[in-house]
Structures are given as C-alpha cells and as structure tokens.
Design a protein around this ligand. Structure first.
Ligand SMILES: O=P(O)(O)OC[C@@]1(O)O[C@H](CO)[C@@H](O)[C@@H]1O
Length: 311
C-alpha cells in the first residue's frame, strides 16, 4: 500500500486576477478551492493515475472535515488525527497575462503532544501494511522540525520505499535518514548553500550532495520549467519542451512526485520514469485546477519532454 503523510494540510484557494499587484482591490476572474498539502495532493494524483493510497497526518475544524470528505470520495483511505483549531488555508493568485503566481501560506494549527503520540501510534500500524511512504510539506507548530528523520528511519528499517518533498530544516533532517527519493526546490538549495544555484554546475553539486547523504534519487527544480534528476543511472536534465499549455505551476511539483511514485510502482526504467513524472507535471500545469485529467492526458506530454543525460 502507498501511504502519504501530510502533517500540515491546507485548503488551497486559487484566484485568477488579471494585472494583479499589491495595494489594490481586485475581482477574481475565476477561482478554485481544493484540498491541499503536498502529501494529500500526491494521494489525489495517485487516484487520478489509477493507484489507491492511504493519507495520514493532522486535520482540524471545518476545513479539516472538508478535506477528509473530499478524499473519501476518491480511492483514498483516510487516517488523520483531529486536533483543535482549523486546518490552514493557503492562497495563491495567478496573473493570467504574465502567469505570475503570488502565494500566502498560513502556519497551521498547533499539534498538542497527545495528538502527536496518536499519530505516531497510527504511523507504526500503517507501516506494517505500507510498501511506499510519501512525506510532503511543512511541519506544523508543536511537531519537531526534524520528525521526518525518525519517520523515514522507521520505514527504512522495514525495507519500505520513501519519498520526501520538503524544504528548510524538515528537508535537511529528512535527507539525513537517506530517503529513497528526495525532491527539493532550487530556491531552498540556494538558501542552504548561501549562494544562488541558478548555474547548472552548482545545482549538479547540490543534487550530488543530497545523494551523498543517502538519497537514492535526488530531484531539484532547475528553473521554473526544468528539473535535475540524480538517478542510479546518471544525472539528467529534463525540460518542458513545449510551454504553451502552462497555466499554473502551483502543484506541478506534487504531480512530478506522484509520477515518480507511479513509475516506481509500475517498474518503469529510469528514462521512462523521468519522462512520465515530467509529463504529470506538465499536465497538472495545463489548467488552473490542481491535478491531472486522465492518464491519457499525461501520456500526451511524454514526448514533449526534453531529456538530456549530462553525467
Ligand atoms: O506549506 P507547505 O506545507 O510547504 O506546502 C503546502 C502547499 O503550498 O503545497 C502544495 C502545493 O505544492 C499546496 O497544496 C499546499 O498549500
């Protein structure tokens, strides 16, 4: 079974506002509201790609109920600990003309110690049935920032495949435990290195460094339309060759992770896995609504990925 862990879910609220700029009052041309948080997005995408999963983490209040109900309408088993307060909202605004995104993330509700203990007990139980665990996103207040290290280590000793997509101290702790797949944003890598990693050479060193910490695969965004993949068969640069369809990159990174999970489940080879995950990201980016349409829609983008083996 594939398990996704989202410790800090969110209700995502996206607005399209032409000519958006700070300091004004705008009417949205269109808007969308959806259950979110990186692990939850992966569960939703897995369902769209034909794979069942179980989603776990913390939910709170009305927003938490909305997320739980939305997941239950899909092939997703829910196993969330409910906490006081309300699950956060993350708002993003898209300027359709320039396709510029602006976002605001809330911190998320405080997780009391007894809720964390309940989550840990549920997690131990889940591990006995899991083949893959995907960890996605930030850590809410009350939960140790380095919790991914322990959660990944617990899965690893049982031979379970682990994916992590995070930033900051949460990501650093996660890679200490040597996850099977680690994905990071180049902006965070730059912050970590204390210098801009926009040059390809410096970013290659960064993914090698993540791999040296024990990650089997290391994936970093290179620029907005490209990703660098450290794989057991070499380092690849994958770029969206055709960007005409891009509407919103908001959850494209989660689609890329979901694509890699599916590729791993279905035993795709390295190059097919990269193409498939990039195609998932392109299809996700092709509309304001998060997620992919169907598997056929994804396959349509497979040959629109430029793939170059650079080492
Ligand atoms: O604040 P975090 O936990 O790092 O990221 C959360 C988030 O921005 O990531 C997803 C898009 O990747 C959204 O669904 C969600 O709101």
């Amino acid at each position: 079974m594939i398990v996704t862990v989202t410790l800090n879910p969110a209700v995502d609220e996206g607005y399209v506002v032409e000519d958006f700029s700070p300091g004004g009052w705008f009417r949205a041309g269109s808007s969308q509201k959806s259950p979110g948080g990186k692990g939850i997005n992966v569960s939703l995408l897995l369902d769209q790609l034909g794979h069942e999963s179980a989603a776990m983490g913390f939910l709170a209040g009305f927003s938490g109920d909305y997320i739980r109900d939305a997941l239950r309408r899909r092939r997703i088993t829910t196993n969330f600990v409910h906490v006081p307060g309300d699950t956060r909202s993350n708002v993003y605004v898209l300027d359709r003309l320039g396709k510029v995104e602006t976002g605001i993330s809330e911190t998320g509700p405080f997780i009391p110690p007894d809720a964390l203990s309940r989550f840990m007990a549920n997690y131990r139980r889940m591990l006995s049935r899991a083949s893959t665990v995907v960890f996605g996103g930030s850590i809410p207040p009350g939960v140790p920032q380095d919790i991914y290290r322990d959660l990944i280590s617990m899965a690893k000793v049982l031979g379970i495949t682990t994916f992590v997509d995070a930033a900051g101290p949460a990501f650093m702790a996660a890679i200490d435990a040597g996850p099977s797949f680690a994905k990071v944003d180049h902006r965070f890598m730059s912050k970590l290195a204390g210098k801009s990693l926009f040059s390809l050479d410096s970013l290659i060193e960064a993914v090698i460094d993540i791999h040296d910490h024990g990650a089997g695969w290391a994936v970093s965004s290179y620029h907005i339309y490209g990703d660098l993949f450290f794989t057991p068969e070499g380092i690849y640069l994958a770029t969206m060759a055709d960007r005409r369809d891009v509407v919103s990159m908001f959850s494209a990174g989660d689609a890329l992770v979901a694509g890699l999970v599916v590729a791993n489940e279905e035993g795709m080879d390295v190059e097919e896995a990269i193409r498939f995950s990039m195609a998932c990201a392109m299809e996700d980016a092709a509309h304001l609504e998060k997620g992919v349409g169907s598997r056929e829609d994804v396959l349509h983008y497979m040959d629109k990925v430029d793939l170059e083996k650079i080492r």
